[in-house]
Unconditional design. Structure first.
Length: 93
C-alpha cells in the first residue's frame, strides 16, 4: 500500500517523519476550540449568576474606560459594573 503525503490518519506510517513546529495537543481545529471555550465560559458565567450585556461606545469612551480600569488595576467589565452600581445607588437614595 502506498502512502499519500496528505494522509495523516494512519500515524504508524508517519512515526519516523519529523514535522516542523510544536506538536498538536488538541484534536479539534482552532475554530472548534474557540467555540468550545466560549460555551464553557458562558456556562461558568451562568453558574456564577452573571448575565451578559452588550452595548456600543465611542472609541474615546472605550479608551477612557481602559485607562481607568488599568489605573485601578481591575478589569474593564468590573469597572463598568462598579460605575453602574454607583449610579443606581445614587438614584435610589
Amino acid at each position: 500500500m502506498a502512502k499519500a503525503q496528505t494522509d495523516r490518519t494512519t500515524i504508524d506510517l508517519f512515526e519516523n517523519e519529523k514535522r516542523p513546529g510544536r506538536p498538536k495537543t488538541n484534536p479539534l481545529s482552532r475554530e472548534l476550540q474557540l467555540k468550545v471555550n466560549k460555551r464553557n465560559q458562558l456556562k461558568r458565567d451562568k453558574a456564577r449568576g452573571l448575565k451578559r450585556v452588550e452595548f456600543k461606545v465611542s472609541a474615546e469612551l472605550y479608551e477612557a474606560l481602559n485607562d481607568m480600569a488599568d489605573a485601578q488595576n481591575i478589569s474593564r467589565s468590573a469597572l463598568i459594573e462598579t460605575i453602574l452600581q454607583e449610579k443606581l445607588a445614587f438614584r435610589i437614595e
